[in-house]
Design a protein around this ligand. Structure first.
Ligand SMILES: *Cc1c(COP(=O)(O)O)cnc(C)c1O
Length: 405
């Protein structure tokens, strides 16, 4: 008999590659928007696993979907197709601008597919000179070498040798900066409707419409990275639906799986036709287990009552953050939409978002940061008013702890 391994936070430092610095506690159980650690201490979850756990923890519909599919069929590879993938694809097509779907396992992979498709589309239609991708400073598109190069933070892409070329960066919400870079050499412009990792910065309607027009004028594709904003997070199924602007390619992941890894790239039939047999692929992409869970997420989230709840939850978050701010004056602005909100620290507390995050954890609240100046909240879309109020009481204690009152 071997004694069972004692799992402690110290074990992380012993056996894990040191690219993360996880918190001191180890959560072991979750239900709805509550999580418990090894010591049985309770946390309220305003983080949602970084905008992933769209229906909270262990939602009955997702537990049922995963159990049913687990007893039926887990994996085939793309040598064959499967029922859950085709049902999910049909539902995504019916609910969006898209006509075709490609499945991946993460946001980065969905973006990798989008960028490769844009390059191939341009090569086929216009030749090798049309290869430039324009993205934005502070943008985030994933951690593969191509996606991190397209992303707008050199700190994430430097130090790994030569980068993929023909990637340019403009200023977000600055149409003139796009105008200055876009040309007949541009194959695509990629943007997040709300920059997530960059600090919860929503694109203005003027900017979004202006970029669409510039893409049209220069025969460039508009790619929207909705990995963080998608699947109901902003109160519509996808954030592009707020803008009256339709992308050519859209990527979605995070909330799509509600905690199970899946990503997808959505596009039109015409553009999709350039990814011919053999041009791209993934062993797991579109596997039955992942697609069965995502189908249950989509069925549950894409309902008028859930979209309405996202908006009423946003109002409650904003009211309670405003009330905290009236007492302690820490924020200059609350920005974002739906269940993707950023409390921007004012000049007095600039650069100290991590302290608010750490104090929140001490008070039993899981929050997030987005850069050094923004405390980010990306909870379950169906978090209850009671959970919001209880979490905000803990957040108020965290604010008091940081500012020392
Ligand atoms: C999280 C995120 C990604 C990367 O997704 P992964 O699943 O971590 O690969 C890409 N784009 C945006 C906008 C994101 O927020």
């Amino acid at each position: 008999m071997t004694t069972p391994l004692q799992v402690t936070r110290e074990l992380f430092d012993d056996v894990m590659v040191p690219n993360y610095a996880p918190a001191g506690i180890i959560p072991v159980k979750g239900k709805g928007s509550r999580v418990w650690d090894q010591q049985g201490r309770e946390y309220i979850d305003f983080a949602g696993g970084i905008a992933v756990s769209s229906l909270g923890h262990c939602h009955p519909a997702l537990v049922k979907a995963i159990q049913q599919q687990a007893e039926q069929l887990w994996h085939l590879s793309n040598v064959m197709t499967n029922e859950p993938a085709l049902r999910l694809a049909k539902k995504l097509v019916d609910a969006t601008f898209a006509e075709k779907v490609y499945f991946a396992n993460s946001g980065a992979e969905a973006n990798e597919a989008a960028f490769k498709l844009a390059r191939r589309w341009a090569l086929d239609k216009f030749g090798a000179e049309k290869d430039q991708i324009i993205s934005f400073s502070k943008s985030f598109h994933g951690r593969t070498f191509f996606t991190v190069t397209v992303g707008g933070q050199a700190a994430y892409s430097d130090g790994f040798g030569p980068k993929p070329g023909a990637v340019l960066h403009a200023e977000f919400n600055n149409l003139a900066s796009v105008k200055a870079l876009i040309s007949e050499h541009t194959c695509a412009v990629v943007l997040e409707p709300i920059q997530g990792e960059g600090g919860i910065i929503p694109a203005t309607t003027e900017f979004m419409q202006g970029v669409r027009e510039l893409c049209n004028q220069h025969n460039a594709l508009l790619i929207m990275d909705e990995v963080q904003t998608g699947v109901g997070r902003t109160g519509k199924l996808y954030a592009y639906m707020h803008y009256g602007v339709t992308p050519d390619i859209l990527t979605t992941a995070k909330s799509l799986g509600g905690g199970f890894p899946i990503g997808a790239m959505l596009t039109t039939t015409d553009i999709a036709s350039h990814l011919k047999v053999g041009t791209h692929g993934s062993t797991y992409g579109g596997n039955p287990l992942a697609c069965a869970v995502a189908e249950a997420v989509l069925d549950t989230v894409n309902q008028p009552n859930v979209m309405a709840q996202v908006l009423s939850n946003e109002q409650l978050f904003r009211q309670q953050l405003k009330a905290i701010n009236e007492k302690y004056q820490v924020f200059s602005e609350i920005r974002g939409q739906g269940m993707l909100l950023g409390a921007v620290l004012n000049n007095q507390y600039k650069g100290r978002a991590r302290e608010f995050f750490l104090a929140s954890a001490e008070q039993g609240l899981m929050a997030l940061v987005a850069g050094v100046d923004v405390v980010r909240f990306a909870p379950s879309l169906v978090i209850t008013p009671d959970e919001i109020t209880a979490g905000m009481q803990r957040f108020e204690q965290a604010v008091k702890q940081v500012i020392g009152v």
